[in-house]
Design a protein around this ligand. Structure first.
Ligand code: DGP
Length: 113
């Protein structure tokens, strides 16, 4: 198991989950770019957004629904937030296990700020 996020799911890297269900877990990013920076990932190892088969597109909806739920529980839903998925080398994806970034709690700027 080389995937760092699979290790987190398996409990091999102690990490506090801020959300979990049968399909999805969420935890705070180790290098937060905003006061709220949570990663939402499927338990199943899927390397990137590009690897999600059409038959599993419902999983993406579920991941987004969890992001929305966390935005509410983190108190940033009213002010606004960003949900981002980096995909592949030029998309600056560092960890090859699909993940949504939930960012908020400060004024974001541009596409990445
Ligand atoms: P990306 O560039 O989209 O692949 O973002 C990967 C994010 O994962 C990056 O913001 C840092 C975070 N990250 C990497 N390793 C760990 C870890 O072991 N624990 C936690 N909580 N976050 C991690």
């Amino acid at each position: 198991m080389d995937c760092i996020f699979c290790k987190i799911i398996a409990g091999a890297i102690p990490t506090k989950f801020v959300y979990q269900d049968k399909e999805v877990i969420a935890f705070r990013d180790i290098e937060p770019q905003a006061p709220v920076h949570i990663l939402i990932i499927p338990r199943e190892h899927i390397a990137s957004l590009a690897e999600v088969p059409e038959s599993k597109s419902g999983l993406l909806g579920h991941l987004v629904a969890v992001a929305n739920k966390l935005a509410k529980s983190e108190g940033i839903a009213e002010r606004g937030y960003r949900v981002a998925i980096n995909c592949g080398p030029e998309g600056t994806q560092g960890v090859p296990h699909i993940h949504l970034h939930l960012l908020g709690g400060r004024q974001l700027s541009g596409m990445l700020g």
